[in-house]
Ligand binder design. Structure first.
Ligand SMILES: Nc1ncnc2c1ncn2[C@@H]1O[C@H](COP(=O)(O)OP(=O)(O)OP(=O)(O)O)[C@@H](O)[C@H]1O
Length: 645
């Protein structure tokens, strides 16, 4: 998984930078703000408990929800609910990790999904003028259905399913905020209708008939429609218009591109009466859905098997490299300690011999350097001789004898190879031949008479007053035998380790190999995480395909008092008011608000129809549909008033 993108420093306010330094619960370091929702603010955080800086699981989401100044005993229910949620685990549900109180905030820590949400996808497709492929729609829908089935079988309702709450991670969909509304709002009837956007609300919820498991099914029906049509299932110019369509309107039609069976599934999910609407489990038994679960299971299984084989291949390769490196280190250690032991076991005579050879090694280096320098100087001299000879004796060379320069001596040595053999190894063979050729010409110029007398195999070193001594000659001979490799306790040919090292010629150094292995391990981690999810999903699909599975029942939440309810609701109302002011401007907002309040709940209530209300709003705002949020605000304020009575 790619690490979360960083916002460039310049684009962050100093407050945001300050935010980034915060560490909560001694564990979560705020990285950046992701956005604000109905209840609070979401942040990307780094889990400091994850020690591996490359572990993608270190990135989590923390939602900070203002809940006011509560006594610890007032939060017991919420904490208990949160604890239960953290025990649930499904590959298509955003994992709930942790929760804690931090001052006046209730904090929830969940899995981070880096692939955006379904609303983003819908907007993207709409902008590009494209439609989502039916198979992709069904792949996502099946995952959503199985996730809802899982939660419902544990008697947990979502209450706020919408495309903005469904995330993508590693090409799998994941539902966020499952069970959160129960923690925050409890399960009172008041809470049942208290959600943000109305587009996914079921008729029974809008009619205050209570929220139950079928209400979640309605919401995924709306999501299914939106994925196909790229617009809400129930649209309207005003909140009331949307609500009216949900309660009274007909079921929307999918675009022709999608098959009749899919249209049939949608129709089942958008049945107005919850008792006639199928449960998530019943939907998995609808032949079209059942077949798709089977198809998806097979596709995932084949791909998973291939991924696993590839992973196994990578793992084996990484293991081999790892083993070889271990052997290499081990061998080196052994070799070092062997040398220690063997050194101790040597006789004084042998030790003396080795010391001598070590000394010879050092001398060898010195001599090599001296020979190299001498060689270079000689070449330089020859060049000088050649050019001065050619300029000053050109005539003589052409017609008679050349003059020999005074400061040059020529030494002919029987131990001929020495000069070249002890030359630095880097001198290429061709260069060597060229030099020999050059030398012969120079020699001919220096000593034309001797030219035929110099045997071809003899090499001559030209030195500036520095003859090679017998002592040096002897050292050069010693160099050839100065290897310090071991065999049977005495220096010998290169050890097996060198042959072993040669396998690593491709690697610049050990660090590079380590990085390579680390990289493989990282891929493996990511695959490991995905693989786990995939295996779980296959398991859930197998269960869903089991026709003997029990039939599910409709249920509503068990009664839980939402301790945070009143505060959370007030925060939501405050935020909504701010959003309205921002959208319409303070002045226009206030006028539209007063007018709508009177039309919905005041003097005008029941005397004007929806068209008249829209026409009335035109006095204050250019686009009456911009007052959608104002309607929502009024609706929430009314609920809060009733709740306080
Ligand atoms: N698990 C997650 N992984 C990645 N991004 C997330 C996650 N949860 C939330 N976000 C992002 O954080 C931002 C705020 O999310 P939040 O859920 O608080 O509000 P919302 O979804 O916009 O509205 P609502 O409160 O109605 O759910 C959004 O941009 C959302 O995409």
């Amino acid at each position: 998984m790619p690490l979360p993108k960083k916002i460039p420093r310049g684009r962050r306010s100093s407050k945001e930078e300050e935010e980034e330094k915060r560490i909560l619960a001694n564990r979560y370091q705020v990285e950046r703000k992701l956005g604000s929702g109905n209840f609070g603010t979401a942040f990307l955080v780094k889990d400091l408990k994850c020690k591996d800086p490359k572990d993608p699981e270190q990135w989590k989401v923390m939602k900070e929800i203002p809940v006011g100044d509560l006594q610890p005993d007032e939060t017991v229910d919420a904490m208990h609910e949160a604890n239960l949620l953290s025990k649930l685990d499904h590959p298509s549900i955003v994992k709930f990790y942790d929760s804690f109180l931090d001052g006046e905030f209730f904090c929830i820590v969940t899995e981070y999904c880096d692939g955006g949400d379904l609303e983003d996808q819908i907007i993207k497709y709409r902008k590009e003028g494209k439609a989502l492929d039916e198979i992709l729609v069904m792949d996502w829908f099946v995952q959503l259905l199985l996730a809802v089935q899982y939660m419902h079988s544990r008697r947990v309702l979502h209450r706020d399913l919408k495309t903005r709450n469904i995330f993508l991670r590693n090409n799998m969909v994941k539902i966020g905020d499952f069970g959160i509304s129960r923690i925050l709002m409890g399960t009172s009837d008041m809470a049942s209708t208290f959600t943000g956007t109305p587009y996914y609300m079921s008729p029974e919820v809008l009619k205050h008939e209570g929220y139950n498991s079928k209400s979640d099914v309605w919401s995924i029906g709306c999501i299914l429609y939106e994925l196909c049509a790229l617009q809400h299932a129930f649209e309207g110019q005003s909140l009331m218009g949307v609500m009216y369509k949900i309660v009274e309107g007909t079921s929307p039609q999918l675009p022709d591109k999608y098959c009749k069976e899919l249209q049939g599934v949608l129709k089942l999910m958008l049945v107005k009466e919850p008792e006639k609407r199928p449960s998530a489990t019943e939907l998995t038994k609808v032949p079209f859905v059942h077949r798709h679960i089977e198809k998806l299971k097979n596709t995932i299984q084949v791909k998973h098997k291939k991924d696993m084989q590839e992973k196994e291949g990578h793992r084996k390769e990484a293991e081999e490299i790892d083993n070889l490196l271990r052997k290499k280190t081990h061998l080196q250690t052994l070799r070092d300690s062997e040398e220690d032991v063997k050194w101790k076991n040597l006789s004084p005579r042998e030790r003396m011999r080795i010391r001598k050879q070590q000394k010879a090694d050092e001398e060898k280096k010195k001599l090599e350097e001296a020979v190299r320098q001498s060689y270079e100087e000689t070449q330089l001299k020859k060049d000088q001789i050649k050019s001065s000879f050619l300029t000053s004796n050109a005539g003589a060379l052409l017609g008679g004898r050349a003059t020999r320069p005074n400061n040059v001596q020529v030494h002919q040595l029987r131990s001929a190879d020495i000069a070249y053999n002890s030359r630095p190894q880097t001198a290429p063979e061709t260069q060597r031949e060229e030099k020999e050729e050059e030398f012969d010409v120079a020699e001919a110029m220096l000593n034309p008479g001797a030219q035929t007398m110099v045997p071809k195999q003899l090499h001559v070193i030209v030195e500036d007053e520095r003859p090679i001594t017998p002592m040096k000659d002897k050292l050069v001979y010693d160099i050839k035998n100065s290897s310090l490799d071991w065999k049977d306790g005495i220096p010998d040919q290169p050890a097996a380790a060198d042959t072993f090292y040669s396998q690593y010629e491709d690697f610049e150094d050990l660090e590079e190999v380590d990085e390579e292995i680390e990289g493989e391990a990282e891929d493996e981690d990511e695959l490991g995480q995905t693989a786990e999810d995939v295996e779980h999903l296959i398991g859930y699909m197998e269960n869903a395909l089991d026709t003997t599975a029990e039939k599910s029942v409709t249920f509503a939440d068990d009664s839980v008092a939402g301790a945070f309810g009143p505060v959370v609701r007030d925060v939501k109302i405050k935020n909504l008011r701010m959003d309205c002011e921002k959208k319409l401007g303070k002045n226009a907002f206030q006028k539209a608000y007063n007018y709508l309040k009177s039309a919905r709940f005041g003097d005008m209530a029941g005397t004007v129809d929806e068209n008249e209300i829209i026409a009335g709003l035109r006095q204050y705002v250019k686009n009456p549909s911009d007052c959608f949020l104002v309607d929502q605000l009024l609706f929430l304020e009314e609920q809060a008033k009733v709740a306080k009575m």
